[in-house]
Design a protein around this ligand. Sequence first.
Ligand code: SAH
Ligand code: SF4
Length: 408
Amino acid sequence: MSIALDLSMPPNPRATAPGRPSLVGLNRTELAKSLAGAGIAGDRDAKMRANQIWNWVYHHGVTDFERMSNIQKGVRAQLADAFQLDRPEIVSEQVSVDGTRKWLFRYRDPKNPRLPPVEVETVYIPEEDRGTLCVSSQVGCTLTCSFCHTGTQRLVRNLTAGEILGQVLMARERLGDFPGGVRPTDGLVPAPRGSGGSEGDSRAITNVVMMGMGEPLYNYDNVKEALLIASDEAGISLSKRRITLSTSGVVPYIEPTGREIGVMLAISLHAVRDELRDMLVPINKKYPLKELLEACRTYPGLSNARRITFEYVMLKDINDSDADARELVRLLKNIPAKINLIPFNPWPGTNYDCSSSERIERFADIVNRAGYASPVRTPRGRDIFAACGQLKSETERLRKTEREALTA
Ligand code: SAH
Ligand code: SF4
């Protein structure tokens, strides 16, 4: 059973007014600069004001300047005239029988409200000891991995840093994760608030994975800004060890990811021979296995305590033989690694089948015996099409002429 709530709201007329930029997604320096630029703060107090706003937006989850009670009334009004803090509109929210929750979020173009809005999906996966939010980085994807539903949707555009964070903020709001928030009564298996234990135990969202729609390393700058803000201690404060970025293998951005963002890395490997990987993950033609694995071996911050996760989708009779398992183990030698076996999640029109559970077990066995813990990821949210690789939205790329007509 799945419940689809229609939460669509009339568009906020102020959100469509051009000229009121959002402050969400700006780093502290940019935020202070924007305040100074709008004449709301001077050189001396811009930093202090930026910190106040930061705390309200990311720690308290406030979307209305009026609620910023430590800022003088007049300044709040100035802020509201010059800026906005809008989040995406919720088009739908679905809850799976297994508690997984999926949102379809809609965004207007930040620069041109006349362009049609775009939509992405975001998924929340609750487990006993953690809650993982799977976040999208792009509307569609430029890449065309043959087993992935998102890969059938052309890239419409990159999400901005604010739009990427908007998914986290909106999910926290819906799950009651901000101070004073209320947990939903359906779907969620939350760790009880204030149950003690490590930091994050009392939150609905303890982990973020950049594993939704899109290739995060083809939107590097915005993903970087968003993740640095999400891990900032004065705000959302997610530990970088609890943030994982998954890439199909955009090799030139792997080293900067470790050095500049410092989050955990996951690689969508899926094949152990170039010939097969060229077919399944076509970016392999540009960055073949040897280069990819070399970039992994030298990933900044890599250690036995901070391993790279290698994702491997189990495709019947394609990549699931004993020989594949043995080669996988050989390839990953000397890289601190975890292996995540993902049963293939079907979607309409696909030609692939998922390997049988016996085959997956046998494959996992070989990998385990080589010393890797290789959890087989239980598919979650398949009934609402929320499992790995099933995400897609209806947003279509405009033809150049259509776009030009709307931006003229
Ligand atoms: N673009 C990034 C992140 C998004 S995909 C990447 O490719 O890594 C998240 C994970 O789901 C990737 O490992 C991807 O290969 C996998 N995936 C895609 N389609 C799938 C499917 N149908 N079944 C199972 N996993 C799939
Ligand atoms: Fe894009 Fe990742 Fe899907 Fe490949 S697997 S098409 S990179 S979203």
